[in-house]
Design a protein around this ligand. Structure first.
Ligand SMILES: Nc1ncnc2c1ncn2[C@@H]1O[C@H](COP(=O)(O)OP(=O)(O)OP(=O)(O)O)[C@@H](O)[C@H]1O
Length: 267
């Protein structure tokens, strides 16, 4: 293993991954991923289309379990506990490891109900407690000011950027340790992009954030660490090529393939 795929130095490890492989049925999508993802920092996953970024992201909260015939090999641990151990409840894992998708996907319910949904499932019943959680979550998602006087409005009636922040509020309401974001800004307007990026900065000190992005400028702006994935040959699994401090990868990539990608020579 090349040294530059190792853990960021002087950081606490949030997610430890070693020799991790993933298959969709017979299709071997990812191989040999080894990385320690820093706790309470922002890490971006970059790479050409189809190099397994989203697949790997979805392994972290076992979303791929929902796809028939998938399997994994290797180690993936959250705060030292095996994510794939027999006793792990994927629903509980997904509360700790929240996910935001490219297309905002609020429930067709009121803004209030969207945010209160998770806490209710966790057994919060008091109206005062729920009111408090809804307000706090919407504030943390930078949406409160825009919606505080219309909490009964259907979440789907909001703009795309507001819907995305509503989805973030919905995740924050159950107090996750990790936030996975799969191209969260690619379907929203530039002003909302700015708001989501501001929000990521604000949240990072208290949670581990991982973002898949095709936007190099965004990766450079927001991420502390960056991981470059590549499927080098068609039909062969993709893998992690280079991983490290974002500014260092941009200024002096150690692998020629990383350099070729970030300078726009392919992908
Ligand atoms: N549900 C699935 N079943 C079978 N193969 C899949 C499935 N989802 C993705 N794949 C395949 O796994 C590989 C990795 O796909 P993935 O979506 O993880 O890549 P990506 O890097 O996130 O791509 P993009 O940047 O285009 O979103 C691709 O070859 C893709 O076709």
């Amino acid at each position: 293993m090349t040294e530059y795929r190792n853990a960021p130095r002087n950081e606490k490890t949030g997610i430890h991954v070693a020799d991790f492989d993933f298959w969709y049925g017979d299709f071997h999508a990812l191989t040999g991923v080894t990385m320690d993802i820093a706790q309470n920092k922002i890490t971006s996953f970059i790479g050409p289309s189809g190099c397994g970024k989203s697949t790997f992201l979805r392994c972290i909260n076992r979303m791929n379990d929902l796809i028939e015939g998938t399997r994994t090999a290797g180690t993936m641990e959250l705060d030292g506990s095996d994510i794939y151990a027999a006793g792990v409840d994927p629903v509980d894992l997904r509360r700790r490891v929240g996910m935001i998708f490219q297309q905002p996907n609020p429930f067709p319910k009121s803004i209030y109900e969207n945010v209160a949904f998770g806490p209710r499932l966790q057994g919060v019943t008091s109206k005062d407690d729920l009111d408090g959680i809804v307000e706090e979550s919407l504030k943390r998602a930078n949406l409160w000011k825009e919606v505080s006087n219309q909490l009964d409005k259907n979440g789907l009636a909001l703009s795309g950027g507001q819907q995305q922040r509503l989805c973030i509020a919905r995740v924050l309401a159950v107090q996750p340790d990790v936030l996975l974001m799969d191209e969260p800004c690619s379907a929203i307007d530039p002003t909302s992009v700015q708001k989501v990026e501001d929000l990521m900065y604000e949240l990072a000190p208290e949670m581990t954030i991982i973002i898949v992005t095709h936007n190099m400028q965004q990766a450079a702006r927001i991420s502390d660490y960056m991981a470059f994935f590549l499927q080098e040959h068609a039909g062969e699994p993709a893998t992690l090529i280079e991983y490290g401090v974002t500014s260092e990868i941009f200024s002096s990539p150690k692998d020629q393939r990383t350099e070729d990608y970030i300078t726009g020579r392919f992908g």
